[in-house]
Design a protein around this ligand. Structure first.
Ligand code: UD1
Length: 344
């Protein structure tokens, strides 16, 4: 079973490649290396003992995408991670985001429809819900106007897939709406590699703990939450990765009554920024330097998932606790620091 993983050298992509290989799938990674390194392949080999195939390809190259699918006629499914994902950057460079995140999806769908087995798993996000009116958030909560071009690309991406599924019953697709993926593989062979200053909370915390950043700024301390800081649903990246394999198998085994389905991927538990900081302090045994600052524009107050649909229909459930996910993130951070010290 040959599965194409676009963006397969990235954070969630690489963890999914590991899970696919461990389940016996043959993986072909497509990545343009814009935000990832070929070295990740060595991490995947260290965990699974198997080197996935890799082709450097930019999916904005329509001719290149066609040539790729002409060459690989035996593809059984595509898991599509390749996309830009920085919210702030998307506000500054909207066209780059629309071009990269939407054109590539259109080109993939055009090719996928030509295949005998047109199976697609799409990376979506809880950002499609905006500030939801009710917690926990179910899949039937309304999709709110996007706060950023990045968020908009996820909404439009789902619409593009939904519209195509309506006219093409052969196309089978699942969109997975991730809440806040974090952590690293427990072996610390692969993990998150943010370039420059991390925008997301957990890599910022671990880099601060490692002494790379002076202190963490906590954005907002008077939100109407348990301790005044924002609440999110942090989920171990390995749990997220496993859900992709379950979703893919559902399509391959033709268990899906509808040819386009949507699932939340979260733990069902909300944690505040301070609770995440305390988790870091527990697992690392050290205090974290942080200060309370103004709110970050565009942040929702609270977002955590109702996971009933994924639990009952997919038969998938997040296994790891926040502390377990944090321990893996910290082990990974320490490993990459050591490596950089050797290289430097
Ligand atoms: C954002 C995006 C989400 C995207 C995800 C992964 C929105 C609304 N959310 O999630 O779609 O999938 O990134 O890239 O577009 N925080 C601090 N200090 C920091 C960094 C973060 O206090 O230095 C706080 C934030 O205010 C927030 C929480 O930590 O309350 C999590 O932030 P972050 O990791 O950036 O994720 P989201 O904003 O939830």
């Amino acid at each position: 079973m040959k599965i194409v993983v676009t963006g397969g050298l990235g954070f969630i992509g690489s963890h999914t490649v590991v899970e696919l290989q461990q389940e016996g799938f043959e993986v072909l990674i497509v990545d343009n290396l814009s935000n990832a390194s070929e070295e990740v392949l060595n991490g995947i080999v260290a965990i699974t003992g198997k080197r996935p195939s890799f082709e450097k390809l930019d999916l904005r190259d329509k001719t290149g995408v066609s040539a790729f699918f002409e060459k690989h006629t035996d593809i059984q499914g595509v898991i599509h991670f390749a996309a830009f994902k920085a919210v702030g950057e998307s506000v500054a460079k909207p066209l780059d985001y629309y071009e990269n995140n939407l054109n590539t999806l259109v080109y993939l769908l055009q090719e996928l429809r030509q295949l005998p087995t047109a199976h697609l798993i799409f990376s979506s996000s809880c950002t499609v819900y905006g500030q939801a009116d009710e917690m926990p958030i179910t899949e039937s909560a309304p999709v709110k106007p996007a706060e950023s071009p990045y968020g908009n690309t996820k909404q439009i991406g789902e619409e593009i897939i939904g519209d195509t599924c309506k006219i093409d019953p052969k196309l089978q697709a699942i969109a997975l709406r991730y809440f806040n993926p974090m952590g690293a593989h427990p072996t610390a062979h692969i993990g998150e590699l943010p370039i420059g200053v991390p925008q997301n909370l957990v890599p910022f915390i671990t880099q601060t703990g490692a002494g790379l950043r002076k202190e963490l700024s906590v954005f907002g301390s008077d939100y109407p939450t348990v301790d005044g800081t924002c609440v999110r649903d942090y989920i171990h990246v390995v749990d997220v990765a496993k859900a992709h394999v379950v979703a893919l198998k559902r399509l391959l085994q033709k268990k899906n009554p509808d040819n386009f389905e949507v699932y939340n991927l979260g733990t069902g538990t909300g944690s505040s920024v301070l609770e995440v900081i305390h988790s870091f302090e527990r697992v690392s045994g050290q205090d974290l330097n942080y200060k309370m600052v103004d709110k970050r524009p565009g942040d929702v107050i609270t977002a955590y998932a109702d996971t009933t649909k994924a639990n009952e229909v997919l038969g998938w459930r997040a296994q790891s606790t926040l502390d377990e996910a944090m321990r893996s993130a910290w082990a990974w951070e320490q490993k990459i620091r050591k490596k950089q010290m050797v290289v430097g």
